[in-house]
Write a protein that binds this ligand. Structure first.
Ligand SMILES: Nc1c(NC[C@H](O)[C@H](O)[C@H](O)CO)[nH]c(=O)[nH]c1=O
Ligand SMILES: CC(=O)[C@@H](O)COP(=O)(O)O
Length: 194
């Protein structure tokens, strides 16, 4: 059989995804912020421009580092689920569409993206954070029933991080911004809950 050549990366969903009326939370760490900022921008622009998500339906919160992402996700998801109930009890107008949260304001999140950038240093700190954060994010997602996209880069050096945020190269325009993939994944996973 001849060798199969392919380019690493995700293939877009065959579904026609429409994120209008869905509510999202992006939680990002502040470590390695220039890379974080590019990733968050990529995710938001993809959700808004490609999947019709309303800007006001994307809540952005920040935490010190990647290690704090799972606990922040658990706190904020549960708060929104509670306020969402309160919101439903007080809001006169019906929710927009089946299984979709109310626009703007409060309400449960249909999906969450946790964004962090881990860059290996000279100790084992990297390994411990990467392991606990990845397992923690999955645990919170399964416990709450809310899809959480794993947007934590685990890089061995600064260049790897910049390449995966699309800001590598001489003029900072090289590489693929993985934030775009995470934004698309958030809309797709939120669509499963409709
Ligand atoms: N070295 C990196 C960290 N370290 C900080 C931890 O995430 C955490 O905030 C601290 O241990 C206090 O609990 N965080 C990153 O996101 N990226 C790093 O490269
Ligand atoms: C991911 C980290 O915690 C790492 O950047 C910290 O660097 P070091 O291992 O040299 O303390």
């Amino acid at each position: 059989m001849p060798p199969v050549d392919f380019e690493k990366g995700i293939t877009a969903s065959a579904q026609r995804l429409n994120g209008r009326g869905m509510r999202f939370l992006i939680i990002h760490a502040r470590w390695n912020y220039p890379v974080i900022a590019a990733l968050v921008k990529g995710a938001k622009e993809t959700m808004i421009n490609k999947y019709n998500v309303r800007p006001e339906d994307i809540v952005v919160k920040d935490v010190p580092g990647s290690y704090e992402l799972p606990s922040a996700a658990q706190i904020l998801i549960r708060q929104a689920q509670t306020s969402g109930i309160n919101d439903l009890l007080t809001v006169a107008s019906p929710k927009e569409g089946k299984g979709q949260s109310t626009a703007g304001g409060d309400g449960p999140f249909d999906a969450v993206i946790c964004i962090g950038v881990l860059i290996k240093g000279s100790t084992m700190h990297f390994e411990y954070i990467a392991d606990t954060t990845s397992h923690g994010i999955m645990k919170v997602s399964l416990e709450t029933g809310v899809p959480i996209v794993f947007g934590v880069l685990t890089c061995l050096n600064d260049e790897q991080a910049k390449e995966r945020a699309g800001i590598a190269g001489v003029n900072g325009s090289e590489g693929h911004n993985h934030g775009e993939d995470w934004g698309a994944a958030a809309v797709e996973m939120a669509s499963l809950r409709l």
